[in-house]
Design a protein around this ligand. Structure first.
Ligand code: SF4
Length: 196
């Protein structure tokens, strides 16, 4: 779906596979007012707005940005590392919760309570770096009974680490009710492209 991506600077995590390390420092990027961000979003007129980072929940002004977006027609998604309590992010914002796998090096930052408060339209994302992450993610799905909650479960292969065809086959063979998510921008524009 055509999407306006709002990338907010700053993240307290340091995932091994981070593909936007330039967004980790809090002083990276450009300072913009919420009005200026909204003008850019309206000018692009796309049906989906994705707030991501960095870690968007590390930004103090996130509530004001979400409040401004309430009046727009677009679907709004917010992608977060799962290291913050997501209960303050109210509907209709759809939350994408990245569950940090062991391969990220940041699994200790997962706030497991977040898994109890998912709603329809939300997504739970597992970025997989290897077989151990795959097995671990299945264990987490079972342990927290994630198949019986309303959010969509995504298995996202870490670029360059996992063979996508192998992962697709494993998902089918193991009869998992999860969605295989590819980083489509990398397939279209290449892994190194920025700003796409
Ligand atoms: S949470 Fe996201 S932005 Fe932060 S280090 Fe991990 S992958 Fe990078």
């Amino acid at each position: 779906m055509p999407c306006t991506l709002v990338r907010l600077a700053g993240c307290p995590l340091h995932c091994s596979y981070c593909d936007t390390p330039q967004a980790i420092p809090m002083n990276s990027g450009n300072i913009m007012t919420i009005d200026a961000i909204m003008q850019r979003i309206r000018a692009s007129a796309r049906p989906l707005v994705l707030i991501t980072g960095g870690e968007p929940m590390a930004q103090r002004s996130l509530p004001q940005l979400l409040a401004a977006l309430r009046h727009e027609d677009a679907i709004v998604q917010l992608e977060t590392s799962g290291a913050y309590d997501i209960s303050s992010i109210e509907a209709p914002v759809r939350r994408i919760l990245d569950v940090k796998t062991p391969g990220s090096g940041e699994a200790a930052r997962n706030k497991w309570d977040n898994l109890q408060q998912l709603r329809a339209g939300d997504e739970i994302k597992f970025v997989l770096t290897d077989e151990a992450d795959y097995r671990w993610s299945i264990d987490i799905i079972r342990q927290y009974e994630l198949q019986s909650q309303p959010a969509t479960i995504l298995f996202s292969p870490c670029w360059g680490h996992i063979d996508v065809r192998d992962l697709a086959r494993r998902i089918l063979d193991d009869r998992l009710n999860v969605r295989l998510q590819l980083q489509m921008h990398k397939h279209i524009w290449g892994a190194e492209a920025e700003g796409v």
